[in-house]
Design a protein around this ligand. Structure first.
Ligand code: FAD
Length: 564
C-alpha cells in the first residue's frame, strides 16, 4: 500500500528544501515527503570560501552533468551544464553570490502575472524572512560596503554575509572602477544594483550555506526524506495528480499536492514525461496527453558570461602563489577543518564588481526592435545592461603563470538576455537526459549588448589604474575592435547556470503560462511547480536568491490557502 503524505515535494534543491522546511514547521505540522535524486553531500571541499569554485568542477557525483546541444552562435560548441544533485541541489555547486536584483524585476513580475504581492515592497520583506544576514563586518571597509542591518533579515534560515576582510587586490580593483566614474553602491541588495561594490555571499563563518544545511539539519518527525531516488511517474486519477512513483518502485500518495521542484531542466522533463505539455511533442514520443500546455519546456532563459584573464604583478595580488602550492593548500585545509580559520576562510572570499547601465543602449537598433514594454523595462534607472565580477578564478583553469605573478580574472555578464531556448524530451524513456537548447547569443540584442560590455571590460584592463599591474593577457580578445570581440565571444561565451522560465507563471489568458500565481499547474489538479522554472522574468542577479524567494512565496501561499 502506498504511504500517504499531505504534500510530496520532488527535488530537494534550493527552492524545494526551503519549501519543505516552511511547510513542516507550519502551525498544523502537515506531513511532507521530500524526494531527492542525489544523496547526502559529504567531503572536504564543500564549505570553505576557498572552495567557492571547487564543487562545480570536481564533484561529478553531485552533478547531473548535462550538456546543451551545439550552440549555433558559439561555433557549434556544446556547453556543459552543471545541475546540483543531492540534498541542496544547485546550492551545493553554486558560487555563493547572493544578490536580489533590481526592484523593477519584481514590479515587472507582478505586472506580467497580475499579482501585486510580487511587487518590490512585499518582495523586500519576503527576502528578510528568508535570510540571516550578517552585515557586522562592513565597518572594516565601509568605504566600499555599508549595508544597514535593518534593511535585511536576521531571523531567517539562509546565512548571508559580506566578507570578513577584503582580499589583497580588491581595494585597488574597486578604486580603479570608481576612478573611471562608476558610482559606488554601498548595498548592492537595496533594490538598486547599479554601481560598484562588494558582493554578499551565502556564507556564514562556518562557510557555505546550502539549502540543505539551512533547512534540513534536524528534520522534524513530520518530514520524511527519500534520497537517491528519482521520480519518473506521477500517479493520476483523470486530471488529478494523486501521488508519485520513484525509481525503486515505491509509491506515495498525497492528500493535498504534489510539488515539482526539480529545477528548470528536470521539471519540464517530468511534466512532459507525464503528459503535461505541448500535445504535438507528446504525441511524437507516444506519450498520452493529459493536458495540452504549450509553455512547458519553452521560454528557457539564462544569463551568459565571458572571462577575461590577465597575468599581473604580485603588488596587486598573490593569490596564484598560494593556490599553486599544494603544501600550503593542504595545510590550510587542515586548519579550516580544525578551526574554520586560516587562508581558506578568506581566499576566494571576496567577490566585488558591479552592475552597469549602457549609456548608448537606447540608440542601438537591436534595442529599438524590442517590444515597447521590454524597452520601457530595460530603460528603468535600476535595470542594468551588464555586470562584472572581479577576483574570479584563474581562467582557463590550469593556466601556467610565472612564480612571481598573480592573476586578475574579470567576468562580464549579460543582463536581460533576449535569446529564448527550450527543453524537450529525447524520448519517452525517463533515463534519457533532456534535450537542452538555450540558443545562446541568437538574439541580436544579446550579441550587441554583450559585445559592448566586453569591450568595456577590455578597456578597464587597458585604461584604468590597473594597467600598471598587467603583464600580459592570458585570455582576451586580440583587440577591442568589434570584429575581434565578436570572434572572441564565439569561443568565450559560457553559461552562468541560471536556467529558468520553462514552466512560467502567468495570467490564465497567457497561452505560454504554465502555472498560476499560486504555483498551480494549469489544467490539472493537485500539482504545483515551485522552482526557477516558474520565473517569468530574468531577474538581474545570480539566481539562487530568486529560487529561495520562489520557495518562500509558495510556502506562504500554500500555508494561507490550506490554513496550515
Ligand atoms: C555551477 C553553478 C554556479 C552558480 N553560481 C551561482 C551563484 O554564485 N549565485 C547564485 O545566486 N546562483 C548561482 N547559480 C544558480 C543557482 O544555484 C540556481 O539557479 C538555483 O540553485 C536553482 O534552484 P532550483 O531550486 O530551481 O533547482 P535546483 O537547486 O537545481 O534543485 C533541483 C533538485 O531537484 C533534484 N531532481 C531533479 N530531478 C529529479 C527527479 N526526477 N526526482 C527527484 N529529484 C530530482 C535535483 O537533484 C536537485 O536537487 C549557480 C548554479 C550552478 C550550477
Amino acid at each position: 500500500m502506498a504511504l500517504a503524505f499531505d504534500f510530496i515535494i520532488i527535488g530537494a534543491g534550493t527552492s524545494g528544501c526551503l519549501l519543505a522546511n516552511r511547510l513542516v514547521n507550519a502551525r498544523t505540522r502537515p506531513s511532507v515527503l521530500l524526494i531527492e535524486a542525489g544523496g547526502r553531500p559529504e567531503g572536504d571541499t564543500l564549505r570553505a570560501p576557498f572552495h567557492r569554485w571547487t564543487p562545480a568542477f570536481t564533484r561529478p557525483d553531485l552533478d547531473h552533468g548535462y550538456s546543451t546541444v551545439p550552440q549555433k552562435e558559439l561555433n557549434d560548441r556544446c556547453i556543459p551544464y552543471a545541475r546540483g544533485k543531492g540534498l541542496g541541489g544547485s546550492s551545493i555547486l553554486n558560487f555563493a553570490v547572493y544578490l536580489y536584483g533590481s526592484k523593477e524585476d519584481y514590479n515587472r513580475w507582478a505586472e506580467l502575472v497580475g499579482d501585486d504581492s510580487w511587487r518590490w515592497e512585499e518582495t523586500k520583506e519576503r527576502f528578510k524572512r528568508i535570510e540571516n544576514y550578517d552585515t557586522s563586518t562592513a565597518h572594516k571597509y565601509s568605504k566600499y560596503a555599508d549595508p544597514r542591518a535593518e534593511d535585511h533579515g536576521q531571523e531567517g534560515t539562509v546565512d548571508i554575509s559580506i566578507p570578513v576582510d577584503l582580499e589583497k587586490g580588491s581595494e585597488a580593483y574597486l578604486d580603479a572602477l570608481l576612478n573611471l566614474g562608476h558610482p559606488l553602491n554601498l548595498d548592492l541588495n537595496s533594490g538598486n544594483p547599479i554601481g560598484v561594490g562588494v558582493f554578499p555571499s551565502s556564507y556564514s563563518r562556518q562557510g557555505r550555506t546550502t539549502s540543505a544545511t539551512a533547512h534540513l539539519e534536524s528534520p522534524p518527525s513530520n518530514l520524511t526524506i527519500w534520497t537517491e531516488n528519482k521520480v519518473a511517474r506521477l500517479l493520476k486519477n483523470g486530471k488529478k495528480i494523486v501521488g508519485v512513483e520513484v525509481d525503486d518502485g515505491r509509491k506515495a500518495s498525497s492528500f493535498k499536492d504534489v510539488i515539482v521542484s526539480a529545477g528548470a531542466l528536470d521539471t519540464p522533463k517530468l511534466l512532459l514525461l507525464n503528459g503535461i505539455g505541448p500535445a504535438a511533442e507528446l504525441k511524437a514520443h507516444g506519450i498520452e496527453v493529459v493536458h495540452d500546455l504549450s509553455g512547458v519546456g519553452k521560454n528557457l532563459r539564462d544569463h551568459i558570461l565571458a572571462f577575461i584573464c590577465a597575468e599581473v604583478d604580485t603588488d596587486l595580488t598573490e593569490r596564484y602563489a598560494f593556490e599553486s602550492n599544494a603544501d600550503s593548500v593542504r595545510d590550510a585545509q587542515q586548519l579550516w577543518n580544525e578551526s574554520r580559520s586560516g587562508p581558506m576562510a578568506h581566499h576566494n572570499g571576496t567577490l566585488a564588481g558591479g552592475f552597469f547601465k549602457d549609456p548608448h543602449l537606447e540608440e542601438y537598433p537591436e534595442f529599438q526592435a524590442l517590444p515597447k514594454d521590454i524597452q520601457q523595462y530595460l530603460s528603468k534607472p535600476t535595470v542594468p545592461a551588464s555586470e562584472i565580477t572581479g577576483c574570479a578564478a584563474l581562467f582557463p583553469p590550469g593556466s601556467q603563470l610565472s612564480p612571481n605573478s598573480g592573476y586578475l580574472s574579470i567576468v562580464t555578464f549579460l543582463m536581460n538576455p533576449q535569446s529564448e531556448g527550450e527543453v524537450t524530451l529525447r524520448s519517452a524513456n525517463p533515463q534519457d537526459t533532456p534535450v537542452i537548447d538555450f540558443k545562446y547569443m541568437e538574439h541580436p540584442y544579446d550579441r550587441k549588448v554583450m559585445t559592448e560590455a566586453v569591450r568595456n571590460t577590455v578597456d578597464f584592463f587597458q585604461d584604468s589604474d590597473l594597467k600598471k599591474h598587467i603583464k600580459r593577457f592570458v585570455f582576451a580578445p586580440e583587440s577591442r575592435s568589434h570584429e575581434d570581440v565578436q570572434k572572441f565571444l564565439k569561443d568565450a561565451v559560457g553559461t552562468v547556470w541560471h536556467a529558468h522560465g520553462t514552466a512560467k507563471m502567468g495570467r490564465p489568458d497567457d497561452p505560454m503560462a504554465c502555472v498560476d500565481t499560486a504555483f498551480r499547474v494549469f489544467g490539472v489538479e493537485g500539482l504545483r511547480v515551485v522552482d526557477l522554472s516558474v520565473a517569468p522574468v530574468t531577474t538581474n542577479n545570480h539566481t539562487q536568491p530568486t529560487a529561495y524567494l520562489i520557495g518562500q512565496k509558495a510556502a506562504e501561499v500554500m500555508i494561507k490557502e490550506y490554513g496550515l
